[in-house]
Design a protein around this ligand. Sequence first.
Ligand SMILES: NC(=O)c1ccc[n+]([C@@H]2O[C@H](COP(=O)([O-])OP(=O)(O)OC[C@H]3O[C@@H](n4cnc5c(N)ncnc54)[C@H](O)[C@@H]3O)[C@@H](O)[C@H]2O)c1
Ligand SMILES: O=C(O)[C@H](O)COP(=O)(O)O
Length: 621
Amino acid sequence: MASVTAAGKAFLHLSATTPDHLPLTSFSSPAVCFRSSRSRSPFFGLDLRLRLRLATSSKIPAPHARSAARGLRIEAAARPTILVAEKLGEAGLALLREFANVDCSYNLSPQDLCSKISLCDALIVRSGTKVTREVFDASRGRLKVVGRAGVGIDNVDLHAATESGCLVVNAPTANTVAAAEHGIALLASMARNIAQADASMKAGKWQRNKYVGVSLVGKTLAVMGFGKVGSEVARRAKGLGMHVIAHDPYAPADRARAIGAELVSFDEAITTADFISLHMPLTTTTEKLFNDEAFAKVKKGVRIINVARGGVVDEDALVRALDNGTVAQAALDVFTVEPPPKDSKLVMHENVTVTPHLGASTVEAQEGVAVEIAEAVIGALKGELAATAVNAPMVPAEVLSELAPYVILAEKLGRLAVQLVAGGSGIKGVKVVYTSARDPDDLDTRILRAMITKGIIEPISNVFVNIVNADYTAKQRGLRISEERIHIDSSPEVPLDSIQVHLTHVESKFASALSDTGDITVEGRVKDGYPHLTLVGSFSVDVSLEQYVILCRNVDKPGNIGRVGRILGEQNVNISFMSVGRIAPRKQAIMAIGVDEEPDKETLKKIGESPAIEEFVFLKL
Ligand SMILES: NC(=O)c1ccc[n+]([C@@H]2O[C@H](COP(=O)([O-])OP(=O)(O)OC[C@H]3O[C@@H](n4cnc5c(N)ncnc54)[C@H](O)[C@@H]3O)[C@@H](O)[C@H]2O)c1
Ligand SMILES: O=C(O)[C@H](O)COP(=O)(O)O
């Protein structure tokens, strides 16, 4: 469809909503892993190594095996060896044994794991085994795949894995219901003092008055994080007659409504709830989110359940809140350090019920997880790439080499846009606009779309997005992605002029990021091979997208820029880049500041309090 832009240029409109099924076969040629400059995801540089490593297994297509043979040792005829370091369901073990020699060695010390690993092609773990850089070093290049039989891969050193050319796969869905059921079990047993009463009876007592509980029906439960587990907890709590509210800045409101839960802000959730159940991932934003400040706001006597990750709670602050009665009880399955110290005040607290990270531990979930991970590991050893690959997107090398800097730009724009979303508004629609001199047939945007999806989803979840699972993951989370191309008259040698990412109809924590249509809008370009932010809302800026960016809106008058610069300078925070975009001289302006170090909270507070600053946001890319 041809239309005309505001600038009067003709453009081609091509709307591609998320397809139901990805054409996986078209991606199944050489796997290429690449590393973005500084994000947690593995990107450029390691591509060929990982690709060739995977191609050294026996059942791979001949051309790939030939290319692998040139650079690497081939173990074509040998059956691979898989070390299973934590208990795995029988169905999964049976699948593994059909394909490989399986060594089930549980409770290995770090030293024993290191000495065994050089004889293994794959390693399967749960959350109890630390797969550190030492493990990858000790494998001396033989380890090709690490399978995490569960969701969280906090125990695997992803950078070290990628650097040693080792693929990491996980099993993200099979234990969702088990975790939700465990959350409900903790909720009910905490409310009725089941664990304490059981211990008391076993100690020979009969304390009927001491263990009077509280009822669930009619009480308000705040589900913090409305993803896979959180939504299942909400569904079950509705069945118990609870009033369910939820806080998740990125979840679509209609999905919550369908379950009968209302999405609310963080403050509303924690100030009104009788029970708070945590289901968000551990990220830089959620780390110690439940701290003294949060406990100061909760309804007195609130009860807290955590089956997500221990690090989301400041455990010392929780002990203080339990001691002073702010929090009546807590039921915890997860801890900052696992296992927690034997003398942990939190674990020993009489108002705390604990389980040793049992959320995923049902027979059914473990069978499901075992099959899911066995299939993923076998596939990877065969040279296929699973949709659950955590550290390996896959694109044809020639596409990658041309789009490399745009791929980084796409992910960074996604990361930036999602951090501008205000709590409670939920993201539903993403519109991506590519400006290019190329004919649509000459520009494959799948990888760019995948990278934008990755940038939007990864900072807010524990899902790892790659080219294989990007569209599926977006769809699963109710994210509709549409693409539009604007054709410009320029050299088709350059694949893209700009990429714009619009998060449609959301509220922003930085109002200036909203365009006239009410969308969060950011645009970027590649300049001298580096990604630059060139538009925020309606403001033109030009800042290199490095690790940290501060966006401030201020009145455009002398001295304002200097004030912010001085605050940063006083804290020894180095400015790497700065750009000012303004509507007109002496009206409103946006300062985009790239900084080398992460400013501490105090410094950010000072910037926010500076009279010149109308609003500001600190972004990690
Ligand atoms: N205890 C266990 O054995 C066990 C088992 C499974 C999962 N888990 C943990 O449970 C958690 C949830 O898992 P999941 O599979 O539902 O993940 P998910 O990615 O499906 O859902 C997480 C949700 O949290 C939301 N979120 C992100 N940042 C948030 C914030 N600041 N405030 C509120 N919400 C935020 C995301 O938008 C997403 O909807 C994870 O931490 C996971 O590791 C634990
Ligand atoms: O991340 C997960 O899948 C859960 O926390 C479960 O971990 P586990 O497999 O060690 O029980």
